[in-house]
Design a protein around this ligand. Structure first.
Ligand code: G3P
Ligand code: CA
Length: 269
């Protein structure tokens, strides 16, 4: 049976569940995006890295230790880097118990598994290439998986997907390979640097602690590669006061571990 659709994409600013609803379910798992869906959130965020045998998986750290039981399952394999394990090995790990016994047995999803679930949930995605400098060619490979899972269909590509990275080179590569895809640069370039970023990036996604009303206005004053004003999705805002502050600056999106707290703060404002 199909999953009930998530309903919430009417928030302004948009509310994006960071690594899924990661305050309530283990980050970057299918459970975390299902949790966001069940809470009524359409937008989710993830992190993508590559295994030893070249499979793309959903994981924030470049190390498996913090969010899986890798030390128990593979005790002799320190320092437990994602890139030192095969996809089959990673598929054996428990990515839920560290968070709560309730999520015991939750797995590290492959990118393809993850994209199928985002589709099934009728969700939209802020997709991050994490540490792409460790994984040469990951942009081309990631785009191939997105195409194969139906995510680069020209009618919807701009309304439901943003590909972002802290690496400007990675964002440039994505823009070059697929100029139709919306992109985001993670960081806080100076205002004088913004025109250079606006050539390949539709969004400038800065930490909420580094922005001001003037900076947000400066971002909006430039046009991105698709001829629309640059946008800003700020992160990671997990409390009402900072959510209202960011919204007051005019940001386009708020990336949060607690999407319910942010939505309530925006509605009660
Ligand atoms: O989406 C923005 C945010 O996720 C960037 O930081 O370290 O949580 O991936 P990080
Ligand atoms: Ca991220």
């Amino acid at each position: 049976t199909p999953a009930a659709p998530a309903t919430g994409d009417h928030d302004r600013p948009l509310v994006v569940a960071h690594r899924g609803a990661s305050a309530y379910a283990p980050e970057n798992t299918l459970a975390a995006i299902d949790k966001a869906r069940d809470m009524g959130f359409r937008w989710v965020e993830n992190d993508v890295q590559r295994t030893k045998d070249g499979e793309l998986v959903i994981m924030h750290d470049d190390n498996l230790k913090r969010t899986t039981n890798v030390e128990e399952v593979f005790p002799g394999r320190a320092p437990w880097k994602v890139a030192d394990f095969t996809a089959a090995e990673i598929a054996r790990l428990d990515a839920g118990s560290w968070f709560s016994p309730k999520y015991a047995g939750e797995r590290v999803p492959t990118l393809a598994q993850y994209m199928h679930r985002v589709s099934r949930n009728h969700q939209k995605l802020v997709f991050e290439f994490k540490k792409p400098e460790l994984y040469p060619g990951i942009e081309k490979q990631g785009l191939r998986v997105l195409r194969e899972t139906g995510w680069l269909d020209k009618h919807h590509v701009k309304s439901k997907l943003v590909i972002q990275s802290f690496s400007a080179d990675s964002v440039k590569t994505v823009h070059k390979l697929r100029p139709d895809v919306k992109t985001g640069f993670l960081g806080t370039p100076s205002v004088t640097e913004l025109p250079a970023y606006a050539k390949f990036s539709d969004q400038i996604n800065s930490p909420h602690t580094s922005i001001s009303v003037g900076y947000v206005a400066a971002i909006h004053a430039f046009k991105g590669p698709h001829g629309k004003p640059l946008e800003i999705f700020t992160w990671t805002v997990n409390d009402a006061a900072n959510a209202r502050r960011a919204a007051g600056f005019g940001v386009d999106g708020i990336i949060t571990n607690t999407p319910d707290v942010v939505r309530k703060a925006l509605r009660d404002n």
